[in-house]
Each structure stands twice: as C-alpha cells, then as structure tokens.
Write a protein that binds this ligand. Structure first.
Ligand code: GLA
Ligand code: ZN
Length: 664
C-alpha cells in the first residue's frame, strides 16, 4: 500500500446521508487519502446501554473506501452519553473546588471511575472486534487530546482512593510518605494512606512535595486510562496502528510516557491560535518549537492529526488565513518531521460548540478558496513526501525538556513571569532566529548526539542526572546550565548538603551563595564591554579555579560580580547562566556558544523566513518557508537541486521552497 500523507477529520454523522457521496468525491478530487472519524460519537455507536449500532460508521467507512480513502477510528471516550451520566452521575468529574462539572461539553468524565472504565472496556472491545480486520481501517486514536480539559480534575472519591493506592505502592509505609512529603511542617502527618486527600482548594498554601506527586499521579492515571484501550485494540487489530493527538507542550500527561503505548505520536497544530489575535512572526518560533517537541516524544517522525484549515475560534474568532498561509503552516509541520497531515475539519459544522472553528469547506459545503489552495498543495507535495520518506531532522543542538521540571515550576514559579516552558522557548527562539535547527531531548534521552546541549532550569536533580551531565561535558559536550539548577531533590525538598548547584558545581565551576529574585526590576550586565539587560533572577556566585567570567552584573549591590560563566571541564565546556538573559543578551550569548562549538546556521537568517531540514543517509532536504505576505530573498546554498519551487533565493508570499542537497 502506498504511504498515506494527507487526510481530513470527518464527521459524517453531522450531515444527512445523501451528502456523503459528494463529500467522498470532493475529498478524492482533492487528493485526500484518509479520514479520522467517530472520536466523539459514543451515543451514535451505543444509543442505549448495551445496544450497539455501528451501521452508520460501517457505511461511511465502506463508502469512503470505494473512493480510495482509508479510516482512522477514534474511540469516543471523550464524550460519555447522557444515558450513562444519568444512570451513573458519579462518572462526572469533581474539580479542586469540590464542584461537580456537568454534562453538556466534553470530557465530563472521571478517568479512574470503575463504572466508566467498564463501559469503556465493553465499547472498545466491540469496536476493536468489529473494525480490527476491516481492510479500510488503518489505525486508531483512543480518546481525544488526553489531558485537555482535565486540568484541575478530578478529585472525586475514586481518584482519592487511587491516589492513596499509588502512594502506597510508591512509599510502602506511612512513615516513608511522611518523610518524603515533609509532613511535619504544619502538622500534615498521616497515620495511614487512607487519610491522604486528593488536593482540594486549601485555605492557604500547599505542600509542594504532595503536589508534585499529585501531578505525577494524574499523568500516570491518563497513561493507565489509555493503556486499557490500547491493550484491547492491539488484541483484535493486529495490523492497524495506534496513535494519539497530542497538544505540543501541554503538560497534564507526560507525553514521553504516553508515547510508549503508541506506534507513533500525532499532534494538533493550530497556528491561528485559540481565539487570540494573530501575531504572525513573533509566534513562528513557538509553532516551530511545538513541532520539534512533538518529534522528540518518540524521537521519530510524527503525524499531524489536526492541522488548521480555516479561521479558528469558538465564541470569538481569529483572523482569516491569507492565501497561501494554510499551505505554509502545513509545510512547516512537514519540515519539522510530520510524515502525514490530517486537516481539521472537512466541513465547517453548522451546529454545536465549534460552529466557528472553520473547516476546509464552509458551512455551505461548496468548495472555495481553502479547498482549492489545499488541493493544489496536496497535488504538489504528495509525491515529494514519498520521495523524502524516512528522512528526519538531525540537529546538532539539543534542549532538554522535562515534564517533572515543568510540574515543579508550576507549583512554585518563583517569579510571576517565570515559566519553565516559557524559558525553554526563549532559548529556542534565539537559535530559531539564527536558523539553527533544534531537537528537544528528555532527561533519559541520548545527550551525546548533540554538540551543544542547553538544559535550562534543571531544578529537580538526581545523582544519575548529575552524572549524565558531567559525563556529557567530560566527553567534549558544550553544556549550558542555568539559575535554579540542582535546587531540589526528586521529592521536591531543597538540597542542603552543598551550595548550589550541588554536585554540578564541579562541572559548572561555580557555587551559588546567594540570589535575588528580580521582582519588578531588570538588572544591567556587561558582555564584551557592551551593556545588556537581564530579568527575573540573579544568582550571586563564587568562581572555582579555572572558571571564566563571560558576563558580569553592572547594577544592583552585586555590580561587578559574575553573572554568566564558562568552565572548561574534561574535553568540553560548561556554561552557567545565573539569570534570564533579555533578548539581545540571549542572542549574543547564543552566538558565543555556537561559535565556540562550531555550529553554523543552515542559511543566513532573513526576517520572516524559516529554514529547517530533514535528511536521510543520502540526501538533505532544506525547507525555506516564507511566513510573511511579502516577497523575500534568501541566499541559496551551493550545489542544490530544486525539489519544490522555481527560482531558489526568491520566495513569493507564503511560498515554501525545498532544496535537495546530496551528502558527500
Ligand atoms: C481540538 C480538538 C478538536 C477540536 C479542535 C477545535 O484540537 O481535538 O476536537 O475541538 O480542537 O476546537
Ligand atoms: Zn475522579
């Protein structure tokens, strides 16, 4: 079977049966090769308890199949039906304020509820038995955007008791739990696991160690919820894949762990945003970072399961994508490692919450500008996707990304403007603006692939991770560590044995003796004789022998003291950044690190133009994407062949060129 590259999210159940043939024909004419269906249609599949009706879905799958269009089946567990909720209201989730969240939206479910789990097992088993060998069904998506809408949910009795079990398994005894959570503070000791609560809104403050375990528990619950479905599906669907639609940097579930259940990861990409005003160029680095982090979750090519295909918005709408812009966004997904792009949605829905989240077709169902643009796009790009099959971006720079650090900073952000993912994206941006491709890498990942490894805010530390960083530098790596590294152990306790950053002082060549949280203030710094600004935080440190000062503070009571340092260690260098560099300083710092590690831009940067590459063992594919509505010029490299585009170096509005470069 040919590799499938393009699809749409399709909801035939929202339209009269007479329309389906026309939809299928229009899809076929457009080049659509697959659809995702059914991920919210529990009631249609089981209208009454125990009475299943798959007829409509069978018919839709067969009809599309006749037009050469394959199906990805979604399990509808993001939308339990009213009959079930009425019979078992305990399925409804309870939020941190103790309020029951009602029926009428989606994800109104408690993922630990045993009754709900039983309903799921029955339905998913029926579906897997029914579709597991259907030749037109190629794969599965359990639930939808797991973790979405479950923020702050659920604290019901069932979740509380599962949390207790989870803790018992982890700690064994109540004494051990008390030690790990530091419960002697404010008299929070437990005599037994059965006394532990799921965290409800408190009168004042929270225990950071308890909250960290709660976040870990919630993530594990989602993984477990998903595993139950993937096990059933795999039993009956031996030749069909299982994927799930992720949401980039969303943090409710540890996506690395969820990925272990999946054949490949998918992602929903909405550059127009969620009813926010569009801020074109500023946001491109965030879009790119999002795609790169998705690629990192399994460290392999991924799919886009929902790619924006019109105006976004529920109650309030975003701007209309300009001619060419939908294609540029889809191209960006491909450039960063997507092997397939499924557009959300086929036709704009006439009813329900998402009436204004626009599809390829407008409400009228008549093909218009968006249909024609994406039709041309698919016709042109589909053969190129076949050609580039198996290629991946292979960056020389890695940025460590960790859900545990994200959780810890959510619990204690330190400063109103500090966020872990925000900080990671600031480093990313400096590289992006210079056309330096980046991989994200988990704490468990392979650091040695990278000439440069940036590890911002490594707040929670373990002896193994310390050793891994030290070893990386010893063997010649260029490592960047920052403020708030090595502050806590994995129980979220402050380290007390040594000055910060603990054992990493040896590799960083500094000891942090004091710090200053820059509340409503910036600090001036000096780098190569030039003044810059830095924000959020100042570490005040003592240098160990051999450490060089790159940047020094130039204001506050610590003017003249070191702010950013470089320390040769083994065959490598460790940089320590005691602050959050402002944009200009970030750029200068990144330049310095790149030149010392001899990492070069893939092309000289041009404002509004993004460069990315994918490669296999023989060839390198350079993507140059114009994100602006104006023509742009760039300097084409030597020795290329045009794979897409006419005149290398000259880009029309929103045009993408792909240049093929042989590898010697
Ligand atoms: C998400 C969901 C879709 C839909 C779109 C648009 O990405 O997965 O079901 O709700 O957003 O709102
Ligand atoms: Zn619950």
């Amino acid at each position: 079977m040919k590799e499938l590259h393009f699809g749409v999210d399709y909801y035939p159940e929202h339209w009269e049966r007479e329309r389906w043939d026309r939809d299928a024909l229009l899809m076929q004419e457009m080049g659509i090769q697959m659809v995702r269906m059914a991920e919210f249609s529990w009631h249609k599949l089981e209208p009454r308890e125990g009475s299943y009706d798959f007829g409509w879905l069978d018919e839709a799958i067969a009809l599309l199949g006749k037009y050469g269009i394959y199906t990805i089946v979604g399990t509808p567990t993001a939308a339990p039906p009213a009959w079930m909720i009425n019979k078992h209201p305990e399925i409804l989730p309870i939020d941190r304020e103790g309020r029951v969240r009602g029926f009428g939206g989606r994800h109104h479910d408690c993922q630990s509820n045993p009754v709900y789990r039983e309903y799921i097992r029955k339905l998913v088993t029926k579906m897997a038995q029914h579709y597991g060998e259907n030749p037109y069904v190629i794969g599965w998506q359990p639930d939808n955007e797991l973790g979405n809408s479950h923020q702050e949910l659920c604290t019901c009795a069932s979740c509380r008791s599962r949390f207790q079990d989870w803790l018992q398994k982890k700690y064994g005894t109540a004494e051990e739990l008390n030690r790990a959570w530091g419960t002697s503070f404010w008299s929070q000791e437990y005599n037994d696991f059965s006394e532990v609560y799921a965290p409800r809104l408190t009168v004042t403050g929270e225990n950071p160690s308890a909250m960290l375990d709660w976040k870990r528990f919630c993530s594990d619950l989602i993984v477990d919820f998903t595993r139950e479905q993937t096990e059933i599906i795999r039993k009956y669907a031996k030749n069909q894949f299982i994927t799930h639609n992720y949401m980039g940097f969303a943090d409710k579930v540890d996506y690395y762990k969820l990925g272990e259940l999946l054949d490949f990861v998918s992602h929903d990409q909405y550059p127009g945003g969620f009813y926010l005003p569009r801020t074109p160029h500023e946001e491109n680095h965030v879009l790119a970072a999002t795609l790169d982090v998705v690629r990192s979750y399994k460290n392999q090519p991924f799919w886009i399961m929902e790619q924006q295909s019109g105006i976004t918005g529920w109650e309030i709408m975003g701007r209309a994508p300009e001619p060419g812009q939908l294609s540029a966004w889809a191209m960006q997904s491909i450039a960063h490692g997507a092997d397939a792009v499924v557009f959300f949605r086929w036709r704009t829905c006439a009813m329900g919450t998402e009436q204004y989240w626009h599809g390829i077709l407008p409400h009228s169902g008549n093909p218009g500008r968006r249909y024609r643009e994406l039709q041309d796009f698919i016709q042109e790009v589909d053969p190129l996707m076949d050609y580039m099959h198996g290629s991946m971006p292979r960056p020389e720079v890695g940025i460590v990304f960790s859900f545990e650090q994200e959780y810890a900073f959510r619990i204690q952000p330190h400063h109103k403007d500090l966020s872990y993912t925000g900080q990671v994206q600031k480093y990313y941006r400096a590289l992006y603006e210079k056309n330096i491709p980046v991989d994200f890498v988990s704490e468990e990942g392979d650091f040695k692939k990278y000439k440069i490894l940036l590890a911002p805010l490594q707040y929670l530390m373990s002896p193994e991770l310390e050793e891994k960083y030290m070893d990386y530098v010893r063997q010649g790596g260029h490592l960047l560590l920052t403020m708030r590294t090595g502050v806590k152990d994995r129980n979220n306790f402050c380290m007390t044995e040594r000055e910060l950053p603990g054992r990493l002082s040896e590799v960083a060549g500094i000891e942090v003796l004091e710090y200053d949280c820059l509340r409503n203030a910036e600090v001036e710094v000096l780098f190569h004789g030039r003044k810059f600004l830095a924000n959020i935080w100042s570490d005040l440190m003592r240098l160990l022998p051999g450490t060089k000062v790159l940047v020094a503070y130039a204001s506050e009571f610590y003017a003249g003291e070191p702010c950013i340092t470089a320390h040769p260690y083994g065959d490598g260098i460790c940089y320590y950044v005691g602050t959050e560099p402002g944009e200009a300083l970030m750029e200068a710092l990144v330049d310095e690190i790149l030149s010392r590690a001899e990492v070069n831009s893939i092309l000289p940067p041009v404002q509004g133009v993004e460069c990315m590459f994918r490669e296999n063992d023989r060839e390198r594919f350079l993507f140059v994407i114009n994100h602006s509505g104006q023509e742009k010029c760039y300097e084409a490299p030597q020795g290329y062949q045009m794979l897409k585009g006419v005149q290398a170096g000259c880009l029309g509005a929103y045009e993408t060129q792909i240049l093929k470069i042989g590898k010697s």
